[in-house]
Design a protein around this ligand. Structure first.
Ligand code: HH2
Length: 289
């Protein structure tokens, strides 16, 4: 049995309870080249409509990205990244108070997104890419997601090797949480993420999912982003990401049962149903123990 710890996640002036039920973070890539939804929401009005649709479907957070991080993706200039995401965040905020996170490694983009109404910085490089990112997080007291990645999106899939992937990812997350705290980010603002698919083979990703209870020992809430990723395609022999829905839901159920607090997903309705069911089972299990 996995007992999920309850946390109060501080995201600027909002306090979000994590652990009573699983939160669903809907993915919105305002990019031409993301691995699953690339090109679908490049048009700002389509992006805003999709965000509002996901919120209506039950998403607790919308994660907005203007730069694909799929293996081999090329970096996007900062002006272009800001041009893609900021107007979309402004428009969503005019119409909804759903939590918004900005998926970026660049401090200026994060700062502009927060000014436009975002609540959370999702930095897949855990404050390693841009030295100013940690200061923006500390100043704004935004929620932050610190993720493990081996290398960069350009290099990460060229033969990643670990002695023990769970131990290595766990101690990296501990170290980045310490770094954040030493630089003024409050622990209550931090969520940790093992970074499924970022510098990992399929076997590494499966080991990380098996090792989630150990990773949850970092003391911060845990976010898992397995949705439609290539290890699911490999296990199920599904080449096309849109065919990986059922596999993603299987991974979601597994992750919730093993302590994930937040799931980052493409398929919001189905994932919300899975979470409600597994959360209900877990509550029963805990109350009987
Ligand atoms: N995965 C992706 C992007 N951002 N952020 C967190 N915290 N965790 C993840 O697992 C994660 C993430 C990659 O997925 P996606 O955004 O769907 O694709 P792309 O990077 O091609 O835009």
């Amino acid at each position: 049995m996995t007992t999920r710890r309850i946390h109060n996640w501080q995201c600027r002036d909002r306090t979000v309870v994590l652990g009573r039920r699983t939160l669903v973070m809907g993915i919105l890539n305002v990019t031409p080249d993301s691995f699953s939804d690339g090109g679908n929401y490049s048009d700002p009005s389509a992006a805003v409509a999709r965000a509002l649709e996901m919120a209506a479907q039950g998403a607790d957070i919308i994660d907005i990205g203007g730069e694909s991080t799929r293996p081999g993706a090329q970096p996007v200039p900062i002006e272009e990244e800001i041009r893609r995401v900021v107007p979309v965040i402004e428009k969503i905020r005019e119409q909804s108070d759903v939590l918004l996170s900005i998926d970026t490694m660049k401090a200026e983009t994060a700062g502009r997104a927060l000014e436009a109404g975002a609540d959370i910085i999702n930095d897949i490089s855990a404050f390693e890419t841009d030295p100013r990112m940690v200061d923006i997080a500390a100043e704004t007291q935004a929620g932050v997601v610190l993720m493990h990645m081996k290398g960069s999106p350009q290099t990460m899939q060229s033969n990643p090797v670990y002695d023990s992937v769970v131990q290595e990812v766990g101690s990296y997350l501990d170290q980045r949480i310490r770094f954040a705290e030493q630089n003024g980010v409050r622990r209550e603002c931090i969520v940790a993420d093992p970074g499924i698919g970022f510098g990992k083979t399929s076997e590494h990703n499966l080991e990380l999912l098996r090792g989630l209870p150990e990773l949850a020992q970092c003391g911060c809430p845990v976010l898992v982003g397995a949705s439609r990723k290539s290890f699911i395609g490999k296990v199920l022999d599904r080449e096309n990401p849109s065919e990986r829905r059922a596999g993603s839901l299987g991974a979601a159920a597994w992750a919730v049962q093993r302590g994930a607090h937040i799931l980052r997903v493409h398929d919001v309705i189905d994932t919300c149903d899975v979470c409600r069911l597994v959360d209900t089972l877990l509550v029963g299990e805990h109350s009987c123990s």
